[in-house]
Design a protein around this ligand. Structure first.
Ligand SMILES: Nc1ncnc2c1ncn2[C@@H]1O[C@H](COP(=O)(O)OP(=O)(O)OP(=O)(O)O)[C@@H](O)[C@H]1O
Ligand SMILES: [Mg+2]
Length: 241
């Protein structure tokens, strides 16, 4: 469960990137976070993960306050940022072991998980190469593997499917489904509305720092025009606000 109460963030003096955001993301669900460029998705995800501090408001993950007990709050989730260009000097396997060390994952567990992830993502033969030599999609995949190596209850992913080939995108979507089915939660941002439509139990729409909708797609259609596609509703929600 990810809870935000009246969370706001302003950059500099004027850009109010996130404006009084309140929501509960319940367990057992995949929630798609959608909104135009610059709407505040990355800023929100960075506040949830403790990378940025909110100016105002409270954030708790599985009931643990990010402000009061950041270390334990951070144990609850795995985060994949929107930029996979990190730890470039490390080999893939070194990065995975580094992440497994941080989260104190046993040798047996990390071996099993690395085998499973690298098989699904077709990364076996790349693990001994430096991340610097990886393509964008390969970097994305190694970041996902590192973020999930401690089997976090909550997955928070910023545009995780960007640049993944069809098989890898399929595998990641399947992994999200398996995770949510096990009663855990997935929150991810995307610009691909078809993905949100097919994969998500709920969607949250953000526009100019404000949440304009959080609910199921059926609720969204009920509230707006049931005949419209998600694209039509999205454009209406974000253009005339
Ligand atoms: N480091 C920063 N310094 C100043 N302004 C910033 C910074 N990061 C983001 N912003 C501003 O905050 C607002 C929200 O940006 P954010 O990156 O959260 O949007 P986003 O929804 O993730 O967009 P995109 O879909 O393009 O990834 C934008 O107006 C952006 O210009
Ligand atoms: Mg973003």
């Amino acid at each position: 469960m990810i809870s935000l109460k009246h969370v706001s963030k302003t950059y500099g003096r004027s850009v109010k990137a996130v404006d009084d955001l309140t929501w509960d993301i319940e367990d057992g669900q995949i929630v798609g976070f959608i909104g135009p460029n610059g709407a505040g998705k990355t800023t929100t995800l960075k506040m949830i993960t403790g990378i940025l501090s909110p100016d105002q408001g409270e954030i708790t993950i599985n009931g643990i306050s990010m402000k009061e007990d950041g270390v334990n709050a951070k144990r609850q989730f795995g985060f994949v940022s929107d930029s996979p260009d990190n730890f470039l000097r490390l080999k893939g396997i070194e990065y995975l072991n580094f992440m497994a060390d941080i989260y104190q994952v046993s040798t047996e567990d990390r071996r099993r998980r690395i085998d499973s992830f690298s098989g699904r993502f077709g990364m076996e033969s790349a693990l001994d190469d430096r991340i610097l030599s990886y393509s964008h999609g390969m970097r994305q995949k190694i970041m996902v593997m590192g973020a999930l190596i401690h089997e976090p209850a909550v997955w928070i992913l910023d545009e995780p499917l960007t640049g993944l080939d069809p098989k890898s995108a399929y595998e990641l979507k399947e992994m999200m489904r398996e995770h949510a089915k096990g009663g855990k939660s997935v929150l991810f941002s995307t610009h691909v509305l078809e993905v949100a439509e097919k994969l998500c139990d709920k969607v949250s729409v953000i526009n100019k720092g404000k949440i304009v909708f959080l609910g199921t797609l059926d609720e969204l259609r009920e509230k707006y025009n049931s005949k419209d596609t998600l694209e039509d509703i999205f454009l209406e929600l974000t253009e005339h606000a």
